[in-house]
Design a binder for this molecule. Structure first.
Ligand code: AP5
Length: 242
């Protein structure tokens, strides 16, 4: 699918909903880059800088970094030429303050509001998914592993490791923090480009659903064909719509 107008796509959803998985697939299908704030922060965490060390402490504990810091990072990234045709925002915005900032930033750049996909899934499924997630320390790719299977990266042979913030207690904290911000952020986006997607479906189905909605969006807008009824704007952790 080729872009005829810039598309700024926001992927909302709790930890483990599949934002990163879908971002990668959509990026390939739409030929626009992904901005993953979690990944950018993890890279800074590994950089050895003082700021990186401070960020890593927050990430490992499952806390959010400040709005001010992440907004600066995103503004710098969105200003890069490869974002002129749009991009996929994986993990940003995460607070209503960040959502307002993004609207203002896109407007300053001459773009409309983003189209938003809220990947909704039950918490127990998330915990199961994240406890089976492993990451390659060399290439950063993530994998679902089968219990008892050999856990090495098929690309570079490195031993796969759990993400530090995938410890059960940290997952619970991340889910709580996500839930604290969800209703406010959904209220912000409701009635304008907001789509709730059932993220417990296989990844292929989720991608098709999103691409189908994007394909139906009228040209020249960032997305919404029809308003979403207020009754669908429930917590992202409750049963789902599309
Ligand atoms: P981030 O990296 O964004 O973490 P997250 O939001 O907790 O999300 P995850 O990466 O855990 O999950 P995901 O939804 O991407 O799912 P995935 O595709 O990997 O952020 C990390 C931290 O950075 C935050 O905690 C915070 O500290 C900080 N941060 C980031 N952004 C910030 C911001 N804007 N403001 C402040 N702080 C910020 O999938 C999970 C697993 O499930 C994978 O193994 C995958 O293979 C599998 N899977 C995916 N889809 C499916 C499917 N449909 N069916 C079966 N399995 C699937």
């Amino acid at each position: 699918m080729h872009n005829t107008h810039p598309q700024f796509i926001v992927l909302l959803g709790p930890p483990g909903a599949g934002k990163g998985t879908q971002a990668e697939r959509l990026s390939g299908a739409l030929a626009i880059p992904t901005i993953s704030t979690g990944e950018m922060l993890r890279q800074e965490g590994r950089s050895g800088s003082l700021l990186g060390a401070q960020i890593q402490t927050l990430l490992d504990a499952g806390h959010l970094v400040s709005d001010e810091l992440i907004q600066k990072v995103v503004a710098q990234r969105l200003a890069q030429p490869d974002c002129r045709q749009g991009c996929i925002l994986d993990g940003f915005p995460r607070t209503a303050t960040q959502a307002r900032f993004l609207d203002q930033l896109l407007a300053k750049m001459g773009f409309g509001a983003p189209i938003v996909f809220d990947l909704a899934i039950a918490p127990e499924e998330l915990v199961a998914r994240l406890s089976l997630r492993r990451q390659c320390p060399l290439c950063d790719r993530t994998f679902q592993v089968l219990p008892g299977a050999i856990e090495t990266c098929p690309h570079d042979g490195a031993s796969l490791v759990p993400r530090p913030d995938d410890a059960p207690e940290t997952i619970r904290r991340r889910l709580r923090i996500y839930a604290d911000h969800t209703s406010e952020i959904v209220r912000f986006y409701q009635n304008r480009g907001y789509h709730r997607i059932n993220a417990s479906q296989p990844a292929d189905h989720v991608t098709s659903k999103v691409l189908g909605i994007l394909g139906n969006a009228p040209a020249g807008t960032n997305g919404l064909k029809r308003p979403v009824p207020a009754s669908q704007h429930l917590s992202a952790l409750s049963p789902v719509a599309h």
